[in-house]
Design a protein around this ligand. Structure first.
Ligand code: MD3
Ligand code: FE
Length: 218
């Protein structure tokens, strides 16, 4: 009786879904550490505040960003790159908390990447209306390492295409506590986030926070 009920629930919301070749959605993988992660984001952003960076084309991004770890991703009129210091302060990015590192490594291990060690964590903050247009992540140079993403706060609709910008896209909702490991062929697929719908999340307020763990090479 309990077994029937349990397997029924599992079938309705499977824990691991392969969204594309090499892209594993680990639903709720970060749920039990989500308040620890959000608290750490507050600490990081008090040292390295969220800011709206400017693209090489001169547009201000609707997503606010900061970083932690040895390397941080930045964009300005000169281009996209990883650097060891926060351009706003000239200081090194805040250290990557152990809770971040452990979560990223355990998710990567579960998805078949036991050797992944992140050295960069980009933190994205979406407020209602913020979006991220279709793009590829290719500033890391070595694409044998996966990217691990953690969604916190308000849900968002994620778009996932293929190797070409014009490939058809599929949509998936990413919710509080969801973790995705992007490896294999999916590592270089075009992806984006639709404009965030308004709402209030119990733990994160009127926002979505996304952590992306990367291994940047210099
Ligand atoms: C698929 N962030 O920071 S997370 C990004 O929700 C980024 O803030 C989005 O795209 C966000 O670059 C999407 C999911 C994600 C992250 C990296 C990927 C999907 C990816 C890298 C390769 C393929
Ligand atoms: Fe991306």
């Amino acid at each position: 009786m309990m077994d029937d009920l349990f397997s029924g629930l599992e079938a309705a919301a499977p824990k691991r879904v392969e969204m594309a070749d090499g892209a594993w959605l680990l639903r709720h993988h970060a749920l039990d550490v989500s308040s620890t992660l959000l608290h750490a984001v507050d600490q990081i952003s008090s040292a390295a505040p969220f800011r709206h960076m400017v693209t090489p084309g001169g547009f201000s991004m609707s997503v606010a960003m900061t970083n932690c770890g040895p390397f941080g991703w930045v964009t300005d009129r000169r281009g996209y790159r990883y650097q060891t210091t926060d351009p706003e302060s000239g200081k090194p990015w805040p250290a990557m908390p152990q809770s971040f590192q452990s979560l990223a490594e355990s998710a990567a291990r579960d998805a078949g990447y036991p050797d992944f060690i992140p050295n960069a964590c980009l933190i994205n903050r979406y407020e209602p209306g913020a979006k991220m247009s279709l793009h590829q992540d290719k500033d890391e140079k070595d694409f044998t390492n996966p990217i691990v993403s953690v969604s916190l706060g308000l849900p968002a609709t994620f778009q996932f295409g293929g190797m070409n910008r014009t490939d058809p896209v599929r949509k998936h909702v990413l919710s509080h506590g969801d973790v995705v490991v992007w490896g294999g062929p999916s590592r270089l697929f075009f992806h984006g986030i639709m404009p965030l719908k308004d709402g209030i999340h119990d733990a994160a307020g009127r926002a979505r926070i996304n952590l992306t763990f990367r291994h940047a090479a210099v």
